[in-house]
Design a protein around this ligand. Structure first.
Ligand SMILES: Nc1ncnc2c1ncn2[C@@H]1O[C@H](COP(=O)(O)OP(=O)(O)OP(=O)(O)O)[C@@H](O)[C@H]1O
Ligand SMILES: [Mg+2]
Length: 375
């Protein structure tokens, strides 16, 4: 058997909460259908996004003055944060940089426009390679887009490799800023797509009314009442009705989207709006499951939203026949899954293996993803 190799994954998602850095040991070539036995997490570090950088990335989601210049500077700043996370990760694990095969660095998505053929992740991978002295794999999504795909989601192939098993349908839900589902069918088929907003709007509303980054455990929202008319208005968006392949981002589900839908509900209690937003996320996920995998018996949840107990309660209520667990039950902590996926995807790239699933993204075929910046 091939010797174990070490990879790191660096993920900063649409929630703009920070960076997750995960150290992954791959015991078999990444091409082998990895089971959890051949894949081990050796460390995990989370660094918060500095408020100024977070505000800049949020601003760069929309056109603004001098944005090319500002995008470059923000990318370099993010590479420094990535390098710091990586350094802490390696130090805590007692692993030398030279022992890593590569780092998969996702970058920060500031535009996602698959209908125009592009998506943009900032992150200055050349700077990261210089700072950490490790081969960096970045820009994972553009090749899939060039091949006619959505460039997203890319995690379903990883979800299948780690959580998939024969004999029963399984759904994996990542609750990041945007939420995405991987549907792993018993017969081997895989579907995957963004269901719509995950934490993004919940965070936005909590920041505005609680003055905190997010509604911890969903406790604030849990004390609110769902407003049926507002719920209907929130769910009245063409995205929810689209068939896959589909993907979305903060370009669509942002403060403007929410403000527009809250018109006429100015008198509503902020807490009730939070409860209604949580319900909207749960309904949008449950509707897709009922549409594409109606008999699924198990839903595995990952991403930071797995900590939102109110959101999970709504989903359990809407999916009575389905057991809802988080990925810890399958050996991977919810906040580690996305970063681990990009470590695994970096291994696929170095091994010359495709990372996308055409049935998921809609690309013309499997493609080796990413750009390599040698150590
Ligand atoms: N204890 C908690 N209670 C409620 N929400 C939580 C908790 N912990 C984390 N979160 C939510 O998770 C978010 C971060 O999740 P995560 O890092 O998975 O998302 P992300 O960065 O957008 O990733 P991606 O979009 O790539 O999936 C926070 O912004 C917050 O909304
Ligand atoms: Mg995050």
């Amino acid at each position: 058997m091939a010797a174990a190799r070490l990879f790191a994954g660096l993920m900063s998602g649409t929630s703009l909460d920070g960076v997750d850095a995960v150290l992954l040991e791959l015991g078999a070539p990444a091409g082998a259908s990895a089971c959890s036995g051949s894949l081990r997490v050796l460390g995990h570090v989370q660094l918060p996004m500095p408020p100024a950088l977070r505000a800049e990335f949020a601003a760069l989601n929309h056109s603004s003055p001098d944005e090319l210049h500002r995008a470059q500077l923000a990318g370099i700043e993010l590479s420094r944060l990535y390098a710091r996370a990586l350094e802490q990760l390696l130090r805590a694990a007692g692993v030398a940089a030279a022992d890593l095969s590569a780092v998969g660095a996702h970058g920060q998505t500031v535009r996602h426009r698959p209908e125009l053929g592009y998506t943009l992740q900032l992150g200055a991978p050349a700077w990261l390679a210089e700072q950490c002295g490790i081969t960096v794999v970045a820009d994972f999504r553009s090749r899939d887009l060039a091949a006619g795909g959505q460039g997203a989601p890319l995690v379903p192939s990883f979800h299948r490799a780690v959580f998939g098993r024969d004999g029963a349908d399984l759904a994996v839900l990542n609750l990041g800023g945007i939420a995405n589902l991987s549907l792993l069918y018993a017969d081997g088929r895989v579907l995957g797509f963004d269901t719509g907003p995950g934490n993004a709007l919940l965070d936005l509303w909590a920041q505005r009314h609680l003055g905190r980054d997010f509604d911890a455990d969903g406790a604030w929202g849990a004390g609110g009442a769902v407003l049926p008319e507002l719920l209907e208005r929130l769910l009245d968006d063409a995205y929810f009705r689209l068939l896959p392949p589909k993907s979305t981002g903060r370009d669509s589900f942002d403060a403007r989207w929410l403000e527009c839908r809250l018109r006429g509900f100015e008198a509503a209690r902020a807490r009730d709006v939070q409860a209604t937003l949580a319900r909207m996320v749960a309904v949008s996920v449950a509707a897709e499951l009922q549409r594409h995998m109606p008999d699924v018996g198990e839903l595995l949840v990952c991403g930071g939203g797995a900590g939102n107990l109110d959101l999970l309660r709504h989903m359990r209520e809407l999916l009575p026949g389905c057991e809802l667990l988080d990925t810890r039950s399958r050996g991977l902590a919810p906040q580690q899954v996305e970063a681990a996926a990009f470590a695994w995807l970096a291994a696929r790239t170095l091994d010359g293996l495709p990372g996308n699933l055409p049935a998921v993204t809609g690309a013309r075929g499997p493609r080796v993803l990413g750009a390599v910046y040698p150590a």
